[in-house]
Design a protein around this ligand. Structure first.
Ligand SMILES: [Zn+2]
Length: 413
């Protein structure tokens, strides 16, 4: 093992940044940046950009094209995503890291959960404090330490902060994939568990809507002339649910049904919305085939048409090969800092799935330690703000010092 002491001065340099980091985290938590709240996302960008100016990086603000969704009325409507913030330094360096996290949260402007509150000296509750505004600050702190160190010249980096992760990164996915292909390893700053455990293997995930059209008719005068989209939707739901337990570990969750109206009208529109999670690529292909067969069955019903909207936005991330080797390397680095780095599989997914699909080995829970995310009990453990920045700073400095295992490096063409 190499001398760890040579990195120490720049790790120590991070300690006095605690107060500023906590202050920023409180301020940033109080800015609503729910996905699709483009005004709030803009306000977040307005505080992130000056904070990241400290890194003196090439800065890009990338407008994402609108996506589409199926409205409750069955129309395909545009969805606005906001902007990706991109920072880049030393693209020609021999080693390149990609650091990513999202700056949207699951709490929209209508949520009652809008501001941070100290629970005690070590715990801050607030929207996005762990997921993932604490992660943005972890990136900033780790990179400022790296940039002050003599090891910076050996590593180039890109930071991608995206505005649409909480709804599946549909808009930013092409940018993540493009940057992933240019990097040697990836670091994503989703929160670790409160005890520091990281996420290992992750299931893949797809969100789907089945749009079903029947034929409206008066329920009293010509009931038999109608074709009920809701009855077809009910068959669709039971058929989808029956796939659970029959496709390996894949799960099919019907989350929402839209459709119908006055009860004296045979309903002509219904939408079934569901989420599928798969542990392997094979499960994904089997799930896709089963869903297609259900759509075919619906279309064979008299007077009913059905079409499928959506796809697997995220492929499964399996714990094998270079991904596993990267975890082992980082576990050793954690050991230098007296951090016990363990990981476990999860059914949840994040942009780590996207990077893995693009072939980039990555660790995706290098953010702060925290928990109860996606609820108004979301919290961050404050002693992890600097602790996790040091872990990432040490990973980056070691990579810059030429200590990244050689098998990660891409062959120059
Ligand atoms: Zn997150």
């Amino acid at each position: 093992m190499t001398e760890y002491a040579k990195f120490q001065p720049w790790l120590d340099w991070l300690d006095p940044r605690y107060d500023q980091t906590l202050e920023r985290l409180k301020n940033w938590s109080a800015i609503n940046s729910g996905t699709a709240n483009t005004d709030g996302l803009e306000k977040m960008a307005d505080v992130i950009l000056p904070a990241f100016a400290e890194l003196e990086a090439e800065t890009g603000i990338i407008d994402l094209p609108d996506g589409t969704a199926v409205s409750p009325g069955g129309d395909v409507v545009p969805v606005r995503y906001g902007k990706v913030l991109h920072f880049s330094k030393r693209p020609q360096a021999p080693v390149r890291a990609l650091l990513c996290i999202h700056y949207d949260t699951v709490f929209g402007p209508e949520s009652p959960f809008q501001s941070p509150r100290l629970i005690d000296d070590t715990t801050l509750n607030g929207p996005g404090v762990a997921d993932a505004k604490g992660g943005i600050l972890t990136i900033l702190n780790a990179l400022t330490a790296l940039e002050r160190s003599p090891f910076a010249s050996g590593i180039g980096w890109d930071v991608i902060l995206n505005p649409d992760e909480e709804t599946g990164s549909a808009g930013s996915a092409p940018i993540l994939a493009e940057r992933a292909r240019a990097a040697d390893f990836g670091m994503i700053f989703e929160p670790a568990l409160a005890d520091g455990t990281l996420a290992g293997a992750r299931k893949g995930s797809g969100n789907f809507s089945v749009r079903i059209k029947g034929k409206a008719a008066h329920a009293g005068r010509e009931f038999y002339a109608g074709r009920s989209a809701i009855v077809a939707a009910a068959r669709c739901v039971t058929a989808l649910d029956a796939l659970n337990g029959k496709t390996g570990d894949a799960t099919f969750n019907i989350g929402k049904i839209d459709g119908g109206g006055p009860v004296n009208v045979v309903p002509d529109t219904a939408i079934v919305r569901f989420n599928v999670r798969v542990a392997t690529h094979d499960e994904r292909h089997r799930a896709e085939a089963s869903i297609a067969a259900i759509i075919d069955q619906l279309n064979s019903m008299d007077g009913i048409t059905a079409d499928l909207h959506g796809s697997f936005g995220r492929a499964p991330k399996e714990m094998a090969g270079k991904t596993k080797a990267l975890f082992e390397w980082v576990r050793d680095i954690g050991g230098d800092l007296n951090l016990d780095i363990a990981w476990k599989a999860t059914g949840g997914c994040c942009d780590g799935n996207n990077l893995a699909e693009a072939g980039l080995p990555n660790i995706d829970t290098l953010g702060v330690r925290g928990g109860l995310i996606h609820s108004d009990q979301e919290f961050v453990k404050l002693d992890s703000l600097i602790e996790r920045a040091k872990l990432s700073a040490l990973i980056l400095m070691k990579a810059g010092a030429g200590e990244l295992p050689a098998s990660f490096l891409k062959t120059e063409i």
